[in-house]
Design a protein around this ligand. Structure first.
Ligand SMILES: CCCCC/C=C/C(=O)SCCNC(=O)CCNC(=O)[C@H](O)C(C)(C)COP(=O)(O)OP(=O)(O)OC[C@H]1O[C@@H](n2cnc3c(N)ncnc32)[C@H](O)[C@@H]1OP(=O)(O)O
Length: 298
């Protein structure tokens, strides 16, 4: 197997971190005091390998401990996707996790705690862009879900084309438990998989499905033992790649067009809602209590 690594660019200096936005030429500078905590450096957080024989890349999410989606991490994912999309030989990408028992625990909650308005706005725009990229990419996308896949984690998995999950983990949208509401475009992408009623009640309750229930409902496509998830994802990818790329991608575009049109017409309003809503004192209190409850469960 021939593997190549894609280098990802991060620029740091003492006082500022430069965060290039997806599809924008000039990076934006942000005060370092607003960087969220991570046990992994930016360089370690995302690893891309490319297998020339199968023409498939693997994107390993390795932002320990739980792949919390910070602005920097989302930006890295977005840049990597763009690079892979532009790599003509690349036909598919498998998204996997390097964190034990967690595929992705969703947005890094620290991004929403006492944020600056500037960073909050960039954070949300970048998340919207990353979702759109993943949801519409010409590449065949497979999520290898080796652990919990919560809220923003489900945003990644539900934007993919195929999902393989390990048993006995949780997946879904639990935003209401944090006192917040999932954006309509994320809800749409889950609704496309499991239908209106299952989405409605799980969204309102903040219910997380077991892997087994997720399989039954169609939120994932296969459940296999944890140590076989990546192998299964690779095998399924190979099968998917037997379909001619352009016909597969055009079919995906056709099926997802309504969701994309709705997203494009509502994204500005969605951004406004997010930046106005998150700083509210009542929301800050609930988010703070939620973070405390995560810490105190130990
Ligand atoms: C209007 C806005 C809508 C936005 C749409 C999306 C929203 C979101 O994604 S909000 C995030 C929702 N996610 C969650 O509620 C998941 C919370 N995490 C967990 O339930 C668990 O951590 C776990 C099941 C994913 C893993 O459990 P375990 O292996 O036992 O690990 P710990 O709970 O001990 O966590 C380790 C460490 O990581 C911190 N942490 C966990 N999740 C997050 C997170 N999403 N953001 C930031 N930090 C997170 C946790 O607090 C621990 O920290 P330390 O105590 O400092 O070690």
């Amino acid at each position: 197997m021939t593997m190549r690594s894609f280098g990802l660019i991060r620029q740091c200096c003492n006082a500022l971190v430069r965060v290039p936005l997806a599809r924008e030429k000039s990076p934006v500078s942000l005060p370092i005091s607003h960087l969220s905590r991570s046990l992994t450096t930016a360089a370690e957080a995302l690893k891309i390998t490319y297998d020339e024989k199968s023409e498939v890349a693997t994107m390993h999410l390795c932002r320990k401990p739980v792949n919390g989606l910070s602005l920097e991490f989302i930006t890295q994912i977005s840049i990597a996707l763009e690079k892979l999309e532009n790599e003509r030989s690349c036909r598919g990408v498998i998204i996997s996790s390097g964190c034990d028992n967690v595929f992705c625990a969703g947005l890094d909650i620290n991004e929403m705690l006492r944020p600056t308005p500037e960073r909050l706005e960039i954070f949300w725009k970048t998340l919207q862009d990353m979702w759109l990229q993943l949801f519409t990419t010409r590449l065949m996308t497979v999520a290898a879900i080796t652990g919990h896949c919560i809220a923003g984690g489900c945003l990644i998995s539900s934007a993919c084309d195929h999902r393989v999950m390990a048993p006995n983990f949780k997946i879904g949208l639990n935003e209401v438990k944090l006192g917040i509401v999932a954006p309509f475009w994320l809800v749409d992408s889950v609704k496309n998989l499991i239908g209106y009623r299952q989405t409605e009640w799980s969204l309102m309750k903040g219910h997380l499905f077991s892997s087994e229930d997720a399989l039954r409902l169609g939120l994932v496509d296969k459940v296999v033992p944890q140590d076989q998830v990546v192998l299964q994802a690779e095998a399924d990818m190979a099968e998917w790649l037997q379909v001619p790329d352009s016909a597969r991608h055009l079919s995906k575009t056709l099926m997802r067009r309504d969701t994309v049109v709705r997203f494009r017409s509502g994204r500005e309003a969605d951004l406004k809602t997010f930046v106005n809503y998150i700083p509210k004192e009542s929301i800050q209190k609930t988010l703070h209590s939620y973070v405390e409850s995560l810490k105190s469960k130990k």
